[in-house]
Design a binder for this molecule. Structure first.
Ligand code: MOS
Length: 780
């Protein structure tokens, strides 16, 4: 039996569409960098109308199965034991007590693990998503404090957890680097992001800074952050014949299947990875050691395995955001015009991964300035591989840059919004490309009016209510538009008597952000069907194409793929329609989809329904797959989303406690496809920004590289009482150069928030905090 047959019906990636009627649109091609998408021209379609999540009922009703809720017959449960030294060798590992413990089926260590290839590290190839290039449990080496050194399989989770506590490991510790000072002393290198140096130089920024009449020049620090999705990482894994099935929690389904397959010398046909539901991702729901160890242990034991990480396990095995030290220096004329912009500094990574925190990315296109120097350098530490975390780079980069802009406004005695608008660039200041769509000034103006910015006192510490000092701050947020190549969509048109329904499948991931819903909206809009005639399939490596839920690019990638597949479908339908159809003799570009069929664009009396075409051709269904056009738009334009963040804080003059009392995000992110899910994305990002501003910090023991606060009791994230009502508005101005006019909206929400809070704290108290988080001790 094939893998596909075995797991048929278990993937649940297929969700039934919600109920709503659509106004159909013409299906012209979307041409990158050229003709605007007709969906932009039509203001009356489904796009832009709020639609509730089509997977919502399944989730609230308990019908949605997450990775740890799949099961296989004869399945065993896994627990991991973690190393307690940062670097060295395992000299002895005593597993006797664990092996003898109740219910234990297998204890796997480097001594008995099957031979595996190291995973290909992220960036090594388009499909490589390994966290590092290290071999996994293949030798006695320890590379970080927390590295898995043993896997216990038992009949129950409790038995596995107990048995792993009985394992005793003896180590020979070797010299390691676990302090920042030591890491810097060991040497600093140029940071490379996706193979490109994080370095830009325009003019002579240091000289321009030295001669500028007004300057600020400070260092800003951001700490390590750990990922804390509500759903800890998990995978339910089985070997079926010579194939491997993983029900995983993944935001990179196809690439992850490929990378795992290569570890075990399997072809793509021998691996099936599904990820129908993901309980939060933010960059961390990718490949880490636990899936590979789970698959290896399943192979060794000859039984399926459920591998669930405890919350502590997520901190030990799944990397987070690394720390940064950033210098921002600005030089300006008296009218605020920038003469020099320097944004440089350091981040930390490991000797074996590929992820310097690229904090200058947003600065590249932020402000007009004749002299710019941007650079990220890297020092190395022996620690868990750091990784992507919501808006890697921009989250912490905008904290430094936008704090510095605020400091310069104070120095100049200028309003900080006016200072930003004064330096609004005409074109991308580092690439020289024109902007595809940039309406940030509008976002500032509408935001300032709605927030009541004119009520802000320019003099810090002058608004007080009892013990509470009140201040307002603002900052710009930014995140690039990306669209990765390789996306594809499969559309299946299914005849149901006199009507049809369509199944739209994309190898994408739904992590709770509304992807399934926007895919249904885009598909229904393109096909001229109602939402209840559309099913969406996703989260399955057997679907053609590869779409990553990363870089906020998934929706654009899906849109481009659906548009391509729809165009191919129209061509196929015209062939089937033949000479007896009212459409006879028409070419695909003369025809559009509307109201459940095809019609000639300029003569809608020439039309035939999908059902009629299929019926005359004696077909029950028609399937087309098509790859999206390559993302050429990125070569022609500088493409970004923007935001203006406004924040009001109350700081207790006695205790130093900071409460954010109001916050507004004014976004310029192209056409918003689904206002309902978009609003949640923006709000979620802003809440993460509040955590970054005020509380989040991974405590890393510099003596031994151990994370000291691996739990939600000690790693603080915002809870309901920390979060005020979040107001969100947007320009809704379509980008004429992207599929559907849309930009990504997943990551921009967090950007700018920490700076807006820090700037508001300064306005309230006169105290400038340049190292996050802004805890009360820093304000007393
Ligand atoms: Mo995002 S950090 O690209 O999931």
């Amino acid at each position: 039996m094939s893998i596909v047959e075995t797991v048929k019906g278990t993937a649940q990636g297929l969700v039934q569409g919600a109920m709503a009627k659509l106004v159909p649109l013409a299906p012209d091609s979307w041409i990158p960098g050229g003709v605007p998408d007709p969906l932009i021209a039509h203001q009356h379609g489904k796009i832009g109308t709020p639609v509730s999540r089509i997977d919502g009922p399944l989730k609230v009703g308990g019908g949605a199965r997450f990775a740890a809720e799949f099961s296989f017959d004869d399945m065993v449960y896994a627990a991991l034991a973690y190393a307690t030294i940062p670097r060295g060798r395992i000299t002895a590992i005593d597993t006797d007590a664990a092996v003898a413990a109740p219910g234990v089926v297998l204890v796997m260590t480097h001594l008995n693990a099957p031979r595996m290839n190291p995973p290909a590290v992220f960036g090594a190839s388009p499909t490589a998503v390994g966290p590092a290039d290290l071999p996994i449990m293949q030798d006695d080496r320890v590379h970080w404090n927390g590295q898995p050194v043993a896997v216990v399989l038992a009949e129950t989770q409790e038995q596995a957890d107990h048995a792993k506590s009985l394992i005793h490991v003896t180590y020979a510790r070797e010299p390691s680097t676990t302090s920042l000072d030591e890491a810097k002393a060991n040497g600093i290198e140029q940071g490379l992001f996706m193979g490109q140096p994080l370095l830009n130089k325009i003019g002579d920024a240091e000289a321009a800074l030295a001669s500028a009449p007004h300057t600020v020049d400070h260092v800003y620090r951001t700490p390590r952050h750990s990922h804390n999705p509500i759903e800890p990482h998990a995978a339910t894994i089985a070997w079926i014949g010579d194939g491997l099935v993983l029900h995983d929690a993944s935001q990179m389904v196809t690439a992850q299947a490929k990378t795992i397959g290569d570890v075990f010398d399997l072809t793509m046909e021998q691996v099936r990875l599904t990820s129908p539901y993901v309980g939060g991702g933010f960059g961390c729901k990718g490949l880490w050691d636990h899936q590979i160890l789970g698959a290896a242990a399943a192979k060794l034991a000859g039984r399926p395995v459920r591998m669930t990480l405890s919350r502590e396990g997520v901190y030990r095995v799944v990397g987070g955001r690394t720390l940064t030290e950033q210098r921002v220096a600005l030089g300006a004329q008296a009218d605020g015009g920038f003469e020099a912009l320097i944004h440089s500094g350091l981040s930390i990574m490991t000797p074996h991964n590929n992820m310097p925190e690229p904090f200058i990315l947003g600065t590249r296109a932020a402000y007009a300035c004749p002299n710019i120097k941007l650079q990220v350098q890297v020092a190395k530490m022996n620690m868990l591989a750091n990784t992507f975390m919501r808006a890697p780079g921009e989250s912490v980069g905008t904290f430094a840059l936008e704090s510095a802009v605020d400091e310069l406004a104070v120095e100049l005695g200028m309003d900080p919004i006016a200072l930003r608008i004064r330096n609004e660039p005409e074109q991308d200041p580092t690439s020289g490309l024109p902007f595809s769509s940039r309406h940030i000034v509008e976002a500032w103006k509408t935001g300032a009016e709605r927030f009541g910015w004119d009520q802000r006192s320019a003099v810090p510490g002058t608004r007080r209510e009892g013990e509470w000092l009140i201040g307002m701050g603002c900052a710009t947020g930014t995140y690039p538009y990306y669209r990765m190549p390789g996306a594809a969509a499969r559309i299946t048109l299914i005849r149901d008597g006199a009507s049809v329904r369509a199944r739209i499948e994309v190898a994408a991931a739904e992590m709770g952000m509304g992807t399934a819903t926007t895919t249904a909206i885009v598909g229904a809009e393109r096909l001229g069907l109602s939402l209840d005639q559309v099913e969406v399939g996703y989260g399955d490596s057997t679907i053609p194409g590869a779409i990553m839920a990363g870089g906020s690019q998934q929706t654009a990638a899906i849109g481009a793929a659906v548009i391509a597949a729809h165009n191919a479908l129209v061509a196929e339908l015209l062939k089937l329609a033949g000479n007896d159809s009212p459409l006879a003799g028409l070419s695909p570009d003369e025809v559009g989809s509307e109201d459940g069929g095809l019609a000639k664009r300029d003569d809608r009396s020439r039309r035939e329904s999908y059902a009629s075409i299929l019926e005359r051709a004696q077909r029950d269904e028609l399937v087309v797959s098509k790859e999206a056009s390559p993302p050429l738009e990125l070569m022609h334009w500088s493409m970004h989303s923007h935001s203006a963040i406004f924040c009001e804080v109350r700081v207790n003059a006695v205790t130093g406690e900071t409460r954010v009392s109001r916050i507004l995000g004014s976004f310029d992110c192209g056409r918003i496809l689904n206002p309902k899910t978009a609003r949640s994305q923006f709000r979620g990002g802003i809440i993460m920004g509040l955590g970054m501003a005020l509380m989040e910090e991974t405590q890393f023991d510099e003596r031994n590289g151990r994370i000291m606060n691996p739990s939600l009791a000690e790693y603080h994230v915002p809870v309901h009482l920390d979060v005020p009502e979040i107001d969100v508005i947007w320009t809704d101005i379509a980008d004429p150069h992207t599929p559907m006019g849309a930009h990504g909206i997943g990551e921009i929400g967090i950007t700018g928030v920490a700076a807006a809070v820090a700037n508001a704290v300064f306005n309230a108290t006169g105290k400038r905090v340049r190292d996050l988080p802004i805890t009360l001790d820093k304000l007393l």
